[in-house]
Design a binder for this molecule. Structure first.
Ligand code: GRF
Length: 200
């Protein structure tokens, strides 16, 4: 058996998507290992989830670095030291620079709570709600140098209910995220989809 792909999950906050990834690995739905969880926020609940799952948790705080490039070079160094194959973004609230992407080109995936290309960036669910969209959803995509612009791996939407509140809608979007992220990661790790469209 070839060695399992080694994943790093990058998360800035609550870490509910990290949790479904940890669970997916434990249950064999994701054919890889989470070697490392890294956060830019020392207080991120995601770090707690990592420790509970006996996964190494690392904080790389932006205050220690004078530029985005310097931060990203250190991020690359940490990931290289841990022999990471794939980088999974799960609510990581930093934009990755070309310094980082040059090292992990085609090996970085992200989840976004909207039907991209609609509503890239922050507050995507609120913006769809305020615009009165009839359909909302979730996108998993490869990361390129833009904000939420890379090639789509998986996308799913659903109809907004009449009189649905923003809180209800937000909860349903997160539930959908938790269902599709492990599936999309499974496809990527099995080589069923790649950033260039070429078989891996
Ligand atoms: C998710 O909605 C994800 O789509 C977005 O950030 C949020 C992270 O939530 N990129 P969590 O920390 O995984 O609970």
């Amino acid at each position: 058996m070839p060695p399992l792909p080694q994943l790093a999950v990058l998360a800035s906050g609550f870490g509910s998507n990290l949790q479904v990834i940890l669970d997916g690995v434990a249950q064999g739905e994701i054919p890889g290992e989470v070697k490392l969880v890294l956060s830019d926020q020392g207080k991120a609940h995601a770090l707690e989830r990592a420790r509970k799952a006996s996964v190494e948790a690392v904080v790389l705080s932006p205050q220690r670095f004078s530029s985005r490039e310097e931060y990203d070079q250190n991020l690359v160094n940490v990931l290289r030291d841990h022999q990471i194959d794939w980088v999974v973004l799960a609510g990581f609230m930093r934009i990755l620079s070309p310094v980082f992407l040059a090292e992990f080109s085609g090996k970085v995936v992200n989840i976004h709570p909207a039907l991209l290309p609609k509503y890239p960036g922050t507050h995507a669910i609120e913006r769809a709600f305020e615009a009165g969209d009839q359909e909302v959803g979730v996108t998993v995509h490869f990361v390129d140098e833009g904000v939420d612009t890379g090639p789509i791996i998986m996308q799913e939407g659903f109809e907004v209910e009449p009189n649905e509140t923003l809180d209800q809608l937000t909860e349903r979007v997160h539930t959908l995220e938790h269902r599709i992220y492990p599936k999309a990661i499974n496809k990527v790790l099995k080589g069923e989809v790649s950033m260039t469209g070429e078989p891996r």
